[in-house]
Design a protein around this ligand. Structure first.
Ligand SMILES: [Zn+2]
Ligand SMILES: [Zn+2]
Length: 314
């Protein structure tokens, strides 16, 4: 266990709508590569942040991009994820509305653009960025998201995590006991959870899409099996009243996460059986192996991208 402290970081300076949140969940419309990132950033500029209080000093922030959270207090504010660069003014406004405490740390749940694109702006606002070591590696180089026809440029130094860890970090901060723990490769190979013990809040990042099929990034180490394992590990951390923040979708609880694990497991088993029997990816997609789940889990579009990911990574 690599247990390190937040506190030595010090403080640096003073300080919804449904559609955009599903942007990574479903098949993307065809668009020229350069436009996809611009489209996503446009949603960041136009989407206000919805603030939901989860505990005395902890709030859920939902706008464009992945779900965020903010913990406030005299030790300095901790932000989880930073959405799109264009959302930074909205994020700063949302934080100012609930807290006058100084900025402290920004924790990234993983390296995807809808969770880290605002890093540079929030760093400029005084937040020190913390993430898994592979988040830094992946952000520092250009990347292709083939399924989204999207090219991502390398981020500049000022957007990169300044503190990284391999396994876990822990500290007591603003009266809570906080764990940051790396999952084995799941949605990507950079995923972590953030567990606020006293507040009884668990942020799972994109290993949990609540009430939709997930996107799993096979290009950066993700797989259906790893995602199921990570979701099951998260279940063991949660009690019946734990508030569970998914990377995308509405605030969840243990029952929601259990339902998600059960759906993923059933879909995985259906597709694994077809693959084992010799069916090609196209044949499996054509058989609609998610059909009995689509009314509960499909949020527009088609399940074909999800089926393909499961087929290729099972
Ligand atoms: Zn995401
Ligand atoms: Zn993601």
């Amino acid at each position: 266990m690599n247990r390190r402290s937040f506190l030595y970081l010090g403080t640096a300076g003073a300080a919804a709508t449904l559609a955009p949140r599903w942007i990574f969940a479903q098949a993307a419309p065809p668009a020229p590569p350069a436009d996809r990132l611009a489209q996503m950033r446009a949603t960041g500029a136009s989407t206000p942040i919805k603030t939901t209080k989860l505990y005395d000093n902890l709030w859920l922030l939902q706008g464009a991009g992945g779900n965020m959270a903010i913990q406030s207090g005299k030790d300095g504010n901790i932000l989880i994820d930073s959405s799109f660069a264009t959302a930074v003014p909205h994020i700063r406004e949302a934080i100012a509305a609930i807290s006058t405490d100084a900025p402290h740390a920004l924790v990234n749940t993983h390296w995807h653009v809808d969770h880290v694109d605002g890093n540079e702006g929030m760093h400029a606002a005084g937040f020190h960025v913390i993430a898994h070591e592979k988040t830094k590696v992946r952000m520092a180089q250009p990347a292709e998201m083939k399924l989204f026809h999207m090219s991502l440029p390398a981020y500049p130094e000022s957007a990169l995590p300044a503190t990284t860890f391999a396994t876990s970090m822990h500290n007591n901060h603003n009266g809570d006991s906080i764990d940051l723990v790396h999952y084995d490769p799941a949605h990507t190979d950079t995923d972590i959870y953030i567990h606020f013990h006293n507040a009884d809040v668990l942020h799972c990042g994109d290993i949990f899409f609540n009430k939709s099929y997930p996107f799993i990034d096979e290009g950066s180490g993700g797989s259906i099996g790893g995602t199921i394992d990570a979701a099951q590990k998260s279940l063991t951390l949660a009690g019946d009243s734990t508030k569970i923040i998914p990377g995308h979708g509405p605030l969840g609880n243990k029952a929601d996460l259990k339902k998600y694990v059960d759906m993923l497991s059933a879909v995985r088993d259906n597709i694994a059986a077809l693959k084992k029997a010799g069916a090609s990816e196209q044949e499996v997609v054509a058989k609609k192996p998610t059909a009995s789940f689509d009314s509960d889990w499909l949020r527009g579009g088609s399940p074909d991208m999800f089926v393909g990911i499961v087929y290729r990574t099972v």
